[in-house]
Design a protein around this ligand. Structure first.
Ligand code: LLP
Length: 386
């Protein structure tokens, strides 16, 4: 972890803040771009994972497109200078004004998540005198073997249109005059570590595309979503995720034909390059023997442990004590669930020590809130402190 090497410099900044290792971000992008080029796969960055403008600029330099989940995300990508033709936009609840904006910008595809949404898009496009390129987000009914809070591709999920419905309504969908179904989209979940899940995905996609083509759809692209996980347990062992393996699985199992294959990676691009740096405010023990370390960050900076029970490795960057103790690391927010880790062993930790909460580059800052009127955390970039 870079924070360990530059801790003296980090001490000059007011905590809590996100610290980004920009070289690790570049290494990760080098890896994904190199591995994708082998198969001519198209990569979109799922901007919801982190909107930081400096991060977006680096991602843009590497030529990735963007995957969005709201009209404001589309706007953010366009304002950051991404080509609208590299932007895809999914989301179960697109508002009319968001649809209108995406159509005006001429993005690559709006990925539609219900039959009713298709009808609404058709109506809005008709008013605007346009024909809109869309993808059908199909729910493939796959268990991605991840935390249930972040799976999205099982039959009862709110995401996507059921495959049966698409087949049933194929004729109606193709009769819409202002919607051009250009491709198919799927996203089965996030933090997928069992890579054979991507093989099941290919098997399903092959059946679905064959049947859709039989029903008359001309699918120019298949967007298989994101989801590749990172190593939260031992980030130092695997700072850059294994993109090459996922691509080899997809290339080896998907009937690609002439179709463009797209991916939408969020966590795997930015997850490991970010750390949340926080200071210890207090130490106290409860009557029941809970040994609390109270830090100046909270669920308002990083909500993943509280929302999903997610694990983030925590290290004390400044203690030199030989003695180690078990602590519950808790935050400042007025919520009992505001606990980063209930039981972590650290060198003896005291007021003023600086801790790093690792692997926090994805869904950290982008999910920050101002609960309790907390300030939003700042950011420190390795490029500026070396
Ligand atoms: N594409 C779509 C349609 C998505 O819904 C998502 C994530 C992605 C791509 C990017 O997935 P990734 O490559 O990052 O796994 N806040 C949760 C994760 C929510 C993911 C939402 N969708 C967390 O902190 O784990």
């Amino acid at each position: 972890m870079l924070s360990r090497q530059v801790v003296e410099k980090l001490k000059q900044h007011e905590t809590p803040f996100y610290f980004y290792d920009m070289d690790l971000l570049r290494q990760t992008l080098d890896s994904v771009v190199w591995a994708a080029a082998k198969y001519n796969f198209k990569i979109h960055y799922a901007i919801k994972a982190n909107y930081d403008p400096r991060i977006l600029q680096v991602i843009k330099e590497y030529g990735l497109g963007i995957d969005c989940a709201s009209g404001n995300e589309v706007r953010c990508a366009i304002e950051a200078g991404f080509d609208p033709k590299s932007i895809v936009y999914a989301g179960v609840g697109k508002r009319d004004k968001e649809i209108r904006y995406a159509i005006e910008q001429g993005i690559f595809a709006i990925n539609c998540e219900s039959l009713q949404e298709l009808e609404v898009i058709d109506g809005i496009a008709a008013e605007m005198g346009k024909v809109v390129d869309c993808g059908l987000r199909v729910n493939p009914d796959i268990d991605p073997k991840t935390n249930h809070c972040i799976d999205t591709g099982q039959a009862d999920s709110k995401f996507g249109i059921s495959y049966e419905k698409v087949l049933e309504q194929a004729e109606w969908i193709q009769s819409l005059k202002h919607v051009n179904i250009k491709g198919m989209h799927l996203h089965i979940g996030s933090q997928i570590r069992e890579l054979h899940v991507f093989q099941y995905l290919c098997d399903k996609v092959n059946v679905i595309t064959d049947n859709l083509v039989r029903k008359g759809f001309k699918l120019d692209f298949v967007d298989v979503g994101g989801g590749l996980g990172i190593n939260y347990d031992m980030p130092e062992n695997e700072p850059v995720p294994n993109f090459a393996s996922v691509f080899a699985i997809i290339n080896g199992n998907l009937k690609v034909g002439n179709r463009e294959i797209h991916f939408e990676f969020g966590r795997s691009i930015v997850g490991e390059c970010g750390e949340l740096i926080t200071s210890v405010l207090y130490r106290k023990d409860t009557a029941t023997g809970r040994r609390l370390v109270i830090v100046d960050a909270s669920m308002t900076e990083l909500i993943r442990p509280m929302l999903y029970g997610s694990y983030h490795d925590i290290e004390n960057l400044t203690s030199t004590a030989e003695k180690h103790e078990k602590y519950a690391i808790v935050g400042t927010a007025c919520e009992s669930t505001d606990v980063f880790n209930e039981s972590v062993t650290l060198p003896k930790t005291v007021r003023g020590d600086i801790l790093t909460i690792k692997s926090a580059g994805a869904y950290g800052m982008s999910m920050a809130s101002r609960y309790n009127q907390h300030d939003l955390p700042g950011a420190v970039y390795s490029d500026d402190i070396k």
